[in-house]
Design a protein around this ligand. Structure first.
Ligand SMILES: Cc1cc2nc3c(=O)[nH]c(=O)nc-3n(C[C@H](O)[C@H](O)[C@H](O)COP(=O)(O)O)c2cc1C
Length: 354
């Protein structure tokens, strides 16, 4: 019996399978609003059979965007624009999820196909926010070191974004604490050199991420799950690592976070990452076992039997896939056939079923 296609019940939500679309920036928003591109891109993956479709990192404030073309959910108009997309995803029997993000010191860059370089204010960029005035890349302008007032602002922005996510029809929120963005920057001693209650000790570095998670959990409906994505390792000596991730996961679990989505890296440009098939699964496995919380695995998982084995061996509870879903939106249909699992196809496509 395929575990990949066994429904997953989490709080009051049943997710029809365990193959989920990982958040992927499309750099195709206008004023933070999703466009027809998002409707087709996300909608196709729901048609293709994914159990959960997660919208890309969506900024909780304008300065929290990676690029000017990022998705956002800091206005009611943005929330309303998402309703058509969440409605379509849910009509396919998939769960509509959104990743809430603040890009921190990695904000204000050009979109990748325009080179991805830092944008100055003259080029339509802005001054990024960060725990400490240390740029991501040497030579970049110094980010704005957040005041205590700014930390309260960020908490409020995540709260408001969560409220809007509910109004937009999302059923799962994932808080982005990974990939070197703002909350990860607070976690890691490499980017956080603060002297106040938000820096220094482990307890101080995890303070803002926990405050954000607690604030979101308090207003997010009891029956709906809350996920957190972390970078389980900075892949750099003296940085954030998997041991600290286990401790953080325990704290998040106590707050009512339901699942840790285990990614890695992104904090510093010179990290030595040994990437390969399923290379981040050991993080999901360790955090699941040692923190006693559900985890999702992500990263170079591309084959049905590989995904199935990760779940069968109880290294994770679900699989997020990103690039393979760009290559093949119908991956779940193909995987079901490879794993001899019976899944429903859209009735419109039934005649193509062999
Ligand atoms: C085009 C693209 C955009 C991405 N955007 C995001 C994002 O918005 N948030 C995030 O947490 N990760 C993002 N990622 C990382 C993916 O979610 C995923 O963790 C990573 O690609 C590894 O999985 P894969 O090997 O299945 O692609 C992005 C990856 C790609 C390829």
């Amino acid at each position: 019996m395929s575990k990949l296609f066994t429904p997953y019940v989490i709080r009051g939500l049943e997710i029809k399978n365990r193959i989920w679309v990982s958040p992927m920036c499309q750099y195709s928003s206008q004023e933070g609003m999703p466009t027809d591109w998002h409707f087709v891109h996300l909608g196709s993956r729901a048609v293709g059979g994914a159990g959960l479709v997660m919208v890309e990192a969506s900024a909780v404030s304008p300065e929290g965007r990676i690029s000017p073309d990022d998705s956002g959910i800091w206005t009611d108009a943005q929330a309303t624009a998402f309703q058509r997309i969440t409605g379509f995803i849910r009509a396919q029997g998939a769960v509509a999820a959104i990743q809430l993000a603040h890009a921190g010191r990695k904000a204000s860059t050009a979109v990748p196909w325009k080179g991805g370089a830092t944008l100055s204010t003259r080029e339509g960029g802005w001054i990024p926010w960060a725990p400490s005035a240390i740029p991501f890349t040497d030579g970049d302008p110094l980010p704005h070191e957040m005041s205590l007032d700014d930390t309260r602002t960020v908490i409020r922005q995540f709260e408001e974004a969560a409220q809007r996510s509910l109004a937009a029809g999302f059923q799962v929120i994932e808080i982005h604490m990974a990939h070197g963005y703002l909350l990860h920057e607070f976690l890691s001693p490499l980017s956080n050199r603060r002297q106040d209650e938000y820096g220094g000790s482990f307890e101080n570095r995890i303070r803002l991420p926990l405050q954000v998670a607690r604030a979101v959990r308090e207003l997010w409906p009891e029956e709906l799950p809350l996920f957190v994505r972390i970078s389980a390792s900075d892949w750099k000596a003296g940085g954030w690592d998997v041991e600290q991730s286990v401790l953080l996961a325990r704290e998040l679990s106590a707050i009512g976070v339901d699942l840790i989505d285990c990614s890695s890296g992104g904090l510093v440009a010179d990290a030595k990452i040994t990437a390969g098939p399923a290379y981040q699964v050991p993080f999901a496995d360790k955090i699941r076992r040692e923190a006693g919380i559900a985890t999702a695995a992500v990263g170079i998982i591309t084959e049905p039997h590989q995904a199935e084995e990760i779940l069968q061996s109880q290294k994770a509870d679900a699989i997020f896939m990103a690039r393979e879903f760009l290559r093949d939106p119908y991956w779940p249909m193909h995987a079901a056939s490879a794993l001899h699992a019976e899944i429903g196809w859209p009735k419109q496509y039934e005649r193509a079923r062999r």
